[in-house]
Design a protein around this ligand. Structure first.
Ligand SMILES: [Zn+2]
Length: 300
């Protein structure tokens, strides 16, 4: 199931005689569509398993609603975040500094790193995919040659490297190693966290590597890319934002992260004005009122 960029793709497994399952659950803003599309795919069967590649708000935002709609569904998350989920630690889960919303859910177990989970009657290997998120995993089905790559590899690029923003060392190297892992697997198809599935995997890896190299050569570039990406995401999440809202997101959220703040010495409002102008030029945002922006799809 694929929608706009705000919600991650959801991979639904409905094979006869096997447990029904979904990988990732989208963003809470689109939760009604998630429930409806999942129900349609399941055709009256209950959902038996949710597997999350990682717990960013656009990948786990539908967990709580699906849990409520399908009592008894088993929720499996990557190891490393179990305690944060149990205590609902919004800092560790990244929701606070990115000012993103994800309704609280409960998990039942953690995924076995390097081990396998059965989805749709096939074994899927759980592979660590550090870079975008320390604890993210990918799912690899060797017999089918299909990789669910989450935000480690898209057809063009990959997700913002959150550990780099947090000021943790080694994020660029970790992403490089994850791309190496994907190359070794030689997938026939990749189902990314966002965008259409693709089979031009070699091309995507080459593109991702050259982008990663460009970012690693001058990490301030990564901070600029993250600024644009996270503000665009905030705008999609809210539908529209005034300048004060963008300034708050940058000043109180992003600037709280050392790996982000060290690259900027201008006031948050100046950055907010500049990034909105860039997003308008890029066709991602449009002005819908005085100092207020909406997504390109949003009608004032
Ligand atoms: Zn993510």
């Amino acid at each position: 199931m694929s929608r706009g960029w705000l919600s991650s793709n959801q991979v639904v497994f409905t094979a006869e005689g096997c447990d029904t399952a979904v990988v990732d659950t989208g963003h809470v803003r689109e939760v009604q569509a998630t429930l409806a599309l999942t129900a349609q795919a399941l055709a009256g069967r209950p959902l038996q398993r949710i597997v999350n590649t990682h717990l960013h708000s656009d990948h786990a935002g539908g967990n709580a609603a699906l849990q409520a709609a399908h009592p008894g569904v088993r929720v499996s998350i990557p190891p490393g975040l179990a305690e944060a989920v149990q205590q609902w630690d919004e800092v560790a889960l990244s929701y606070r500094d990115t000012d993103q919303t994800c309704p609280r859910f409960l998990h039942d177990d953690t995924l076995p790193l390097q081990g396998h989970v059965q989805l749709g009657g096939w074994p899927w290997q759980v592979l660590p995919a550090d870079g975008h998120d320390r604890h993210m995993v990918m799912l690899w089905c060797e017999p089918l040659g299909v990789l669910i790559s989450a935000d480690a590899l898209w057809q063009q690029g990959f997700g913002v490297l959150f550990p780099e923003l947090a000021g943790e060392p080694g994020a660029f190297e970790a992403q490089w190693a994850t791309l190496d892992t994907i190359e070794r697997l030689q997938p026939r198809w990749v189902i990314p966290g966002h965008g259409d599935p693709f089979c031009t995997v070699g091309e995507a890896i080459a593109g991702a590597r050259s982008r990663l190299q460009w970012l690693a050569e001058d990490p301030s570039r990564h901070a600029q890319v993250a600024l644009k990406g996270l503000v665009a995401f905030g705008l999609m999440e809210r539908g529209q934002m005034p300048l004060a809202g963008v300034t708050r997101l940058i000043g109180q959220g992003l600037m709280a992260q050392p790996g982000f703040a060290r690259w900027f010495d201008e006031p948050a409002q100046t950055l907010a004005e500049r990034v909105m102008a860039q997003l308008v030029r890029a066709g991602v945002a449009r002005e819908i009122g005085p100092e207020t922006w909406g997504t390109v799809d949003a009608r004032p």
